[in-house]
Write a protein that binds this ligand. Structure first.
Ligand code: ADP
Ligand code: MG
Length: 216
């Protein structure tokens, strides 16, 4: 299958007894589609996402892309992007420099970076704001910048962990639609985690429910 395949994935944290955060989850996301993981706080959503992108080592199971096992592929070589709830922008950099950050790390030249930043600003509805300090943005604008920054290196999969949870209800509804449209327009495969059922159904092609470390 082309895209993401997760097989019997387990995440365990040390403790007495050990905390079994993810207890055997299998799912597939065909290339270009978005899946939402919906479940209450503490059910293991972030742990599953972290194991998929590679920032947490699974206790068992497999993560594959286009059939390739990623167990020995480090985070920065997976071609996966990650967006957190609070954006985690670099406060001392402008909007444009935040978006360009990953490109600079990847050795993309100045002119190509500038061109890509303009594309991304247009994609997320922030055209003309590249020179603005991120500290001068609203919460919704900041999340758009976070989205643009993670899309800039053209990730094959974008993982979003409660990307709208820090925003107020009205804005959340509108941005959910925008995130879906942006993922589609950029052809990005998406894995989005949320505890909000309405948000999940807007953003994703398929919604999977998670409870106590398992899909239900
Ligand atoms: P969710 O994202 O659905 O709220 P998490 O994946 O964050 O759930 O957490 C699942 C379980 O794992 C919870 O019991 C949580 O307390 C525990 N947990 C999460 N991260 C850690 C960690 N780094 N160390 C120990 N326990 C953790
Ligand atoms: Mg979480």
């Amino acid at each position: 299958m082309s895209g993401l395949a997760v097989r019997d994935l387990r995440v365990t944290y040390p403790g007495k007894p050990p905390i079994e955060a993810v207890r055997g989850v299998s799912l597939e996301i065909p290339r270009g589609e978005t899946v939402a993981l919906l479940g209450p706080s503490g059910c293991g959503k972030s742990s599953l996402l972290s194991a998929v992108v590679g920032i947490v080592e699974p206790a068992g199971g497999a993560v594959r892309w286009d059939g390739e096992d990623l167990a020995r592929v480090p985070v920065h070589k997976r071609g996966f992007g990650l967006v957190f709830q609070d954006g985690q922008l670099f406060p001392h950099l402008t909007v444009g420099a935040n978006i360009a950050f990953g490109l600079e790390m990847a050795g993309v030249g100045r002119a190509a970076r500038a061109e890509r930043v303009e594309e991304l600003l247009a994609l997320v509805g922030l055209a003309g704001l590249g020179g603005r300090a991120v500290t001068e943005l609203s919460g919704g604008q900041r999340q758009r910048v976070a989205l643009a920054r993670s899309l800039a290196p053209r990730p094959r999969l974008l993982a979003l962990d409660e990307p709208l949870s820090s925003l107020d209800a009205d804005l959340r509804g509108r941005l959910a639609v925008e995130v879906r449209d942006i993922l589609r327009a950029s052809g990005t495969t998406g894995l989005v985690v949320t505890h909000d059922a309405a948000e999940a159904s807007v953003m994703a092609d398929h919604v999977l429910r998670m409870e106590d470390g398992l899909l239900v």
